[in-house]
Ligand binder design. Structure first.
Ligand SMILES: *Cc1c(COP(=O)(O)O)cnc(C)c1O
Length: 378
């Protein structure tokens, strides 16, 4: 892949979109093509196959169904399409992204048992077990693999086991782990997972997909059609019969996604995970040097997001910190935790531990600009 001209590189430490390679950026520059052409249908077919492959899905059992939109569209699709008539969904909710699935269910008028747990810890599996055992109307259990709002990694394999023991379909938002942490879909007891191009695969915003059980998609044909554009079965059926999306696909985004998958393959699942783990270690090292702490216990973090406790004094100003870093090519992000002053550092994209070390040089300067000496509590 030829890069015509390098683009200014920004290190994105926000929770997606992620830093991309120039080769992925330039993969979007292609001759105009009508997506109904066989050439594009072939690309779609190849990309769908690869998306199942990334999570080691058996192609006899699992398929990928892509939609045009940001990550939330695939939450919308899974929630509105997979709950049978007169049945309920149960959300194991310990963060902002599971809360979003509850909101989606409420918007469609789908009965939803919202099992809320503290956002700083893991869900209580005994409560999940008891709830599913006592309520036979629950047909779908949904949760988030890695709560991007906090950095907590949820025990999906265990939740999936409980869901299956109770005859429920298990749906997992893996938007901030897919293509980052190795996932084996069947071993994790996942029937449907979700992902989005601008996160783990470090491609462009505009394409999101589920990798799901073919058998369950076929069953959903007879479930209530709560959305026209976002119905899973309708999109699946179009892909299977015609080989393409029902409506106009995000053409250039798909080319970038195809390139990003190639780069994922070239790097290798394990090598990518090690690179990102090193970034995460470097974040903790840098925070330690400044004298800052993470809100979430290290043992339950997914190694992709660190929620940082902001200093509790009047010198700290998030927007000053943000602007100082932003002007020097590093983007950081506010926290998403109720009632706590926090900010987040995320290591999702095409970055290395060296970028993190460079970031902390700049971050330390920013703290000094705000009037601190480093370490800040000394
Ligand atoms: C980013 C993200 C989403 C989707 O957010 P969009 O803004 O719609 O892209 C959903 N779930 C998780 C866990 C995420 O990290």
């Amino acid at each position: 892949m030829e890069v015509v001209k390098p683009v200014k590189r920004n290190v994105l430490l926000n929770p997606g979109p992620a830093t991309t390679t120039d080769t992925v950026k330039y993969a979007q520059v292609i001759p105009d093509i009508c997506p109904r052409e066989q050439e594009f249908v072939d690309i779609m077919t190849e990309v769908r196959k690869e998306l199942v492959n990334v999570v080691h899905g058996d192609p006899e059992k699992y398929t990928a169904v892509i939609f045009t939109g940001s990550g939330t569209i695939i939450q919308d699709v899974c929630v509105n399409s997979l709950v049978p008539e007169n049945k309920k969904m149960c959300v194991v909710n310990n963060g902002a992204y599971s809360a979003r699935m509850v909101e989606i269910a409420e918007n469609y008028g789908i009965p939803c048992v919202n099992l809320e747990f503290p956002t700083t810890g893991l869900p209580d599996l005994e409560v999940v077990k008891k709830t599913l055992a006592e309520d036979n109307d629950i047909a779908v259990v949904a949760t988030v693999h890695h709560e991007t709002g906090t950095g907590v990694l949820n025990p999906v394999r265990e939740i999936g086991k409980i869901a299956h023991d109770n005859g429920c379909v298990f749906v997992v938002d893996t938007i901030s782990t897919y293509g980052l942490r190795p996932i084996r879909i069947e071993e994790e007891n996942i029937d449907f997972l979700m992902s989005s191009a601008q996160k783990g695969l470090a491609a462009m915003t505009g394409a999101s997909w589920t990798v799901g059980k073919i058998e369950e998609i076929k069953k959903s044909k007879n479930y209530p059609k709560r959305s026209y554009y976002c119905n899973l079965y309708m999109q699946y059926d179009f892909f299977e019969r015609i080989g393409e999306m029902h409506f106009t696909p995000p053409v250039q985004t798909i080319y970038a996604l195809r390139q990003a998958i190639k780069e994922y393959r070239a790097e290798g699942e394990q090598a990518r995970w090690e690179r990102l783990s090193k970034c995460w270690e470097a974040i903790h090292r840098g925070l330690g040097e400044i004298g800052l702490e993470s809100v979430i216990d290290k043992e339950i973090q997914g190694r992709l997001v660190v929620t940082v406790k902001a200093p509790d004094d009047e010198r700290f100003d998030f927007s000053k910190l943000h602007d100082y870093c932003y002007e020097r090519g590093f983007t950081i992000y506010p926290g998403k935790m109720f009632g706590l002053k926090t900010f987040r550092l995320c290591n999702l994209g095409q970055i290395t531990y060296k970028d993190i070390e460079d970031f902390f040089v700049v971050a330390k300067e920013a703290f000094q600009e705000m009037g601190y000496t480093i370490p800040i509590n000394a």
